[in-house]
Design a binder for this molecule. Sequence first.
Ligand SMILES: *Cc1c(COP(=O)(O)O)cnc(C)c1O
Length: 352
Amino acid sequence: MTDRVVDLRSDTITRPVVAMRMAMASAEVGDDVYGEDPTVLALEDRIADLLGQESGLFTPSGSMANQLGIRLHVGPGQELIADELAHVLRAEMGAAAVFSGISSRSWRAPRGLLDPAAALALMQPDAGAYQVSTKAIVVENTHNFGGGTVQPLEAIRALRGATQPLGVAMHLDGARLWNAHVATGIALADYGQQFDTVAVCLSKGLGAPVGSVLAGSRGLMAEARVWRKRYGGGMRQAGILAAAGLWALDHHIERLADDHGRARAFSEAVASSFPEVIDPAHVQTNIVIVDVAQGGWAAADFVSAAEQRGLRIYAVNERAVRLVWHLDVDDADTDFAADLVNAMLAEAAQGS
Ligand SMILES: *Cc1c(COP(=O)(O)O)cnc(C)c1O
């Protein structure tokens, strides 16, 4: 009946636009393992500046940027803490444990919202010879599985103020820090300066095909460069990829507001018929979590039924699905998604 397919599984699915591909094709390049790719160096400097940090390091993925950051702060047998929904704990395949021998614990965090008191209550900076010592805390902003939640700068500052004197490092998983910046108007550097290391992704809402950047002090980034090579992340004429990132910084940051507006419009359209499955007040950026279990659906069934009708989404757990807005989705796609989700919820309500 319909040939339309709207893909809201993730903002990673975007394809590079023509102008971005042109920038990639004409990029000046060199061997970046020798530190000789001018486009990579330009991207690293520019992002470090934006984040209020000294130095940057280009990586193939956000997971590698996070894992390098964590590795710098936490040694084997030491502890990393993060909230229970954190990407570094839930979606990086145990990398901190596998590659770095790092142990981890987490605190409860409804919607992923940062609660400094909960983090501080869990932290044991100097646990002596009998328990594991906490060496770093990860904060995710915006929060992915929390539903695009923006972390309040005041909460981040409070956590920094309490942990810095104790020598517990802070790493920001800022895969979508751009979205937090656009949603709040708070400068990227105001967030970035609160952390020892910051990871940002170019391949999500910014629409680059590949790439993330880790930023921190010059000393830490020199160390991270060694670990990146050790992890197999030393790339050669990577300026081809970095050029996409530079182009995205120029053209794709401000437009994230469109994604936020569409996510909000979708959530309002669904909440007006089914307020029990979504609270539009929780939709701050480009991610919407719908509690389809409240509407009589198992998340996995909802995902496959939606797919058959032209809407691709992702089940975050047994109860809820996630929809992510991005640059390949327009207003008409958004209306289509809202109408379809409402129709499916109405069918479940009639069936029960
Ligand atoms: C996507 C994402 C990452 C990194 O993902 P890669 O697929 O490895 O690039 C890290 N943190 C969060 C919160 C993410 O959403």
